[in-house]
Design a protein around this ligand. Structure first.
Ligand SMILES: [Zn+2]
Length: 65
C-alpha cells in the first residue's frame, strides 16, 4: 500500500467511479465492476431504463382493471 488509497473507497468520497460500459458516472458497483444506472438496469433486468419505464407504465395501467 504505497499511497494507502483503496479504490473501493473512492466512490464514498466523490464521483470517481465510471461505468465500465459507457464511462459515465457509475452509480452501482457490482462484483467489482462499475455501472451507471442505465447499464445496471440493462444488466439486471435486460431492459433499458426507457423500456423499463414503459413496462412499469403498462403494469400500472393494467392494474386499474
Ligand atoms: Zn453506462
Amino acid at each position: 500500500m504505497a499511497n494507502g488509497i483503496d479504490p473501493n473507497l473512492i466512490n464514498i468520497y466523490g464521483d470517481q467511479r465510471l461505468c465500465c460500459k459507457c464511462k459515465k458516472k457509475a452509480d452501482v458497483v457490482e462484483q467489482g465492476r462499475d455501472y451507471c444506472a442505465e447499464h445496471y438496469c440493462q444488466k439486471s433486468t435486460g431492459f433499458t431504463l426507457e423500456q423499463l419505464k414503459q413496462e412499469m407504465e403498462k403494469l400500472r395501467f393494467n392494474k386499474h382493471d
